[in-house]
Structures are given as C-alpha cells and as structure tokens.
Design a protein. Structure first.
Length: 190
C-alpha cells in the first residue's frame, strides 16, 4: 500500500491510458456523464489537467482559464507521454511539500486533485464510449477524504454537481462518483 501521490498517479495513468487509446475518432462528439463535456471536450480537459498539474508539482503556475485542443496528430501516444511526465513531476523530491502555484493549497491536495481527474474522467470516457474501466482501489481510498473535504467548495464553484443518491451496497467507487455529482449508473442512452 502506498500513499505517495506519484505512485497513485502512476497506477491511475496505467488504467486511464487504455481507455484514452480506445476512443474512436468517430466518438469524439458523443455525450459523457459530465453534462458540460462531450468526449472531445473531456479528453481536452483531461489532457490540460495532466499538463497543467506537471507545472503545479514544480510549484509553478498553470493557466486553466482556456483549454487548448490537444487532439491533433498522434494524441493517444502523447497522452501516455504526458501522464508519464505527470508521474515524474510528482515523484520529484519536495513535490508533495508546502503549497503550490497560485492555488495556495497544500501540494499534496493539489496532487490529489490531479489523481481525482485521472480516476474519474477515464470512467466518464469509458461509459460514454462503451469501454470497461476499473479504477485502482488505493486511489479510491485516498480520494474519498479529498472529496469529503473539498466537495462543498467544489460544488459552490460549480466543479461538482450536487451529490447523486446511491443505493445501499454501492461500491466505494460508486460512492465517490456520486459525491462528485455523477450518476454512477449513467448510460449513454437517454
């Protein structure tokens, strides 16, 4: 069991990469469980998080005001490269210490935010494109505390929707999805 952000990010990236590779170009306009994003928008968002949080790991600024289009050329291979760079950035000595960037949040919290995106958005993409996705259990355990702590602020800032109800017996991942405002049983059919 590990609690290093870089180790958790490495596991999450290894599980996310096949989902990203499995997205067919014809699926880029398909809607996702994220009401504001189709598959293209969500892939660009995830790419932007992966790239931006590399800078945050080094204590630098990252601009999230606009999301560029990352889906040019061999973007699937580039996603694998960028997630590798993300893991390396968070494995650097001191990356989890102090505060980072203009967010003025503890670096470990910021790294966990990247982990959340790299765990939840592959599920969004898998659901939208008919793929299977099983997240890393250690990552899910680490994210439960983050979402409980940051959830109210994330909802206020419209990053999360209101929590979705889950039936008794929901898995920890279903509970995590629901706490971010996702219906863990979402399907692409209306």
């Amino acid at each position: 069991m590990t609690d290093k952000i870089s180790d958790l990010l490495e596991k999450a990236a290894a599980l996310a990469e096949p989902v990203v590779r499995g997205v067919d170009d014809l699926q880029l306009g398909v809607r996702t469980p994220c009401a504001d994003y189709d598959v293209r928008d969500l892939l660009n968002h995830l790419f932007h998080v992966v790239v931006g949080f590399q800078a945050l790991a080094a204590g630098k600024e990252a601009d999230f005001s606009q999301t560029p289009d990352y889906l040019e050329g061999n973007w699937r291979d580039r996603f694998a490269v960028e997630t590798g760079l993300l893991v390396e950035a968070w494995a650097a000595p001191g990356a989890e210490e102090g505060t980072t960037g203009g967010m003025n949040l503890p670096a470990r919290t910021v790294g966990s935010m990247a982990l959340l995106d790299l765990t939840v958005h592959p599920w969004d993409l898998a659901r939208a494109t008919g793929q299977d996705f099983t997240p890393d259990e250690e990552g899910i355990r680490a994210l439960g505390a983050l979402v409980a702590e940051m959830g109210p602020t994330a909802r206020q800032m419209k990053v999360f929707a209101d929590p979705c109800p889950t039936p008794g017996g929901a898995t920890p991942f279903e509970e995590l999805l629901a706490s971010t405002g996702r219906d863990p049983y979402w399907t692409p059919n209306p």
